[in-house]
Design a protein around this ligand. Structure first.
Ligand code: SF4
Length: 334
């Protein structure tokens, strides 16, 4: 077990420092490691207590892997994760157990994440059974309370997941995540599979629960409108790295990184107005995300960036503060 001695400010709940997650690629008859898929590649950020940090990026950008590493559902390859002041990066299973009830996750796919053979009561009470010593009646009382808090009826606990709509199933997932009264919840695309009309209801519920229970969220999404609704700050991920991070208003009003601009606009042309600064340029995102097993040299966005220049293929841009708390990794600004 490795323990670092960095000081973590008291208002920070989650502090992620230089975290990497590489998956080995095996090849040949002997199945030797012939390379690495760099799903998360040297990421640092913090989340304040009571805050929602949105993480946005295309499918394959590494955002879900990052979430699982922070919760220690996956082991980091390198770097440190502090939770509530404790370095949890390399705790073993027994050592991490006391922290589990404080850190929960809501998944996108409630069909897959909820065991169809278990009743709502069993599903919602299960985390208490595993992580606490509460009696049966105490577990039931807690389950009824949280089931009602997420907008279901107490009687619903006798039903099974298939008897509910997608939005209701996601409410069950939220109840299951919140029954241990966690401090921190990772929301991994929790509304992506829902109809737009239902998305707003579930997002409003999550916001109300956050206020009510003093929760801190890491909210993962590929949809910028969803993240905008719920986040205080937003980080944009591309191919395993954060390319821009800022408070919500600054990011949506004044995005600097061409990738963020591309995510923010649907206008399919470059704005050639000579007075326009790069940050106002409208960019259409074309082409596919390169493989994280073989990322482009220099800036990994350069193969899709219409503003790429010679330096971009040679030198990797580091995150630098552009405005107050608005940080971007792009050679256009250095
Ligand atoms: Fe585009 Fe170069 Fe900036 Fe990368 S560093 S986003 S390639 S301009």
């Amino acid at each position: 077990m490795t323990m670092n001695t960095f000081e973590v400010p008291q208002d920070v709940l989650v502090d992620v420092r230089n975290v990497k997650k590489y998956f080995p690629i095996k090849g040949g008859i002997l199945k030797r490691t012939i390379g690495h898929l760099k799903a998360v590649d040297d990421i640092s950020f913090h989340i304040l207590k009571g805050e929602t940090l949105g993480i946005v990026g295309e499918s394959g950008s590494g955002k879900s892997t990052l979430g699982r590493v922070i919760l220690r559902l996956l082991d980091p390859t390198a770097g440190s994760i502090y939770f509530n002041g404790t370095d949890i990066s390399y705790l073993n299973r027994k050592e991490i157990r006391p922290h589990r009830r404080d850190m929960q996750i809501v998944f996108q796919d409630s069909f897959a994440s909820l065991n169809s053979k278990m009743s709502v009561a069993e599903l919602v009470e299960e985390p208490l059974l595993v992580q606490t010593k509460l009696s049966k009646s105490e577990r039931r009382e807690a389950a009824v309370e949280i089931i009602e808090k997420v907008g279901l009826r107490a009687d619903d606990r006798l039903k099974y997941p298939h008897e509910f709509s997608g939005g209701q199933r996601q409410r069950i997932s939220i109840a299951r995540a919140l029954i241990t009264r966690p401090k921190f919840v990772i929301c991994d695309e929790p509304v992506s599979a829902l109809d737009v009309s239902i998305q707003a209801q579930v997002l409003n519920l999550m916001k109300d629960l956050q206020d009510d229970l003093g929760l801190t969220y890491l909210f993962i999404a590929h949809d910028l409108s969803v993240v905008k609704h719920i986040s205080n700050r937003v980080a944009v991920m591309y191919l395993g790295r954060i390319v821009e991070i800022a408070d919500k208003k600054s990011l949506y009003d004044n995005a600097y990184h061409p990738y963020t601009q591309a995510l923010l606009t649907s206008i399919p042309v470059i704005d050639n107005n000579s007075d326009a600064t790069p940050r106002r340029t409208k960019i259409k995102l074309t082409g596919d995300l390169p493989s994280p097993a073989d990322p482009p040299s220099g800036c990994t966005f350069r193969t899709r960036c219409p503003l790429a220049h010679d330096r971009c293929s040679i030198e990797r841009p580091e995150l630098k503060e552009k405005d107050n708390g608005h940080v971007v990794a792009c050679h256009l600004y250095t």
